[in-house]
Design a protein around this ligand. Structure first.
Ligand SMILES: [Zn+2]
Length: 103
């Protein structure tokens, strides 16, 4: 297992975890139960951590980086329904097979 992300906000941690799992990457959340202890600011050591299998590590980092870029309001990248290629949001067609974005 490898740690891919540490996040102060457990809600965001859950969101990122959901995105990774929807991409077929099994995740494991550590420390989720420690955040928000009454009256105490959790130290960084207690922040939620998302862990994935070694083989999924590079891809998970890529997805999280894309998510963080996406926080500026851009649409998320989409996946071609025909060939499964990941397509940047500014394109309406798959560069690989010409497939159209799912409406
Ligand atoms: Zn395609």
């Amino acid at each position: 297992m490898k740690r891919v992300h540490v996040i102060a906000d457990p809600v965001q941690a859950g969101f990122i975890q959901g995105v990774l799992e929807s991409e077929g990457i099994p995740t494991f959340l550590r420390n989720a139960w420690l955040g928000g202890a009454a009256g105490e600011l959790p130290s960084q050591e207690c922040w939620p951590e998302i862990w994935v299998d070694d083989g999924d590590h590079a891809r998970a980092l890529e997805l999280i980086a894309a998510l963080e870029q996406g926080t500026t309001g851009d649409a998320p990248a989409w996946r071609c329904p025909r060939c499964g290629e990941r397509i940047e949001p500014q394109f309406d067609r798959c560069w690989n097979c010409g497939g159209q974005r799912d409406p």
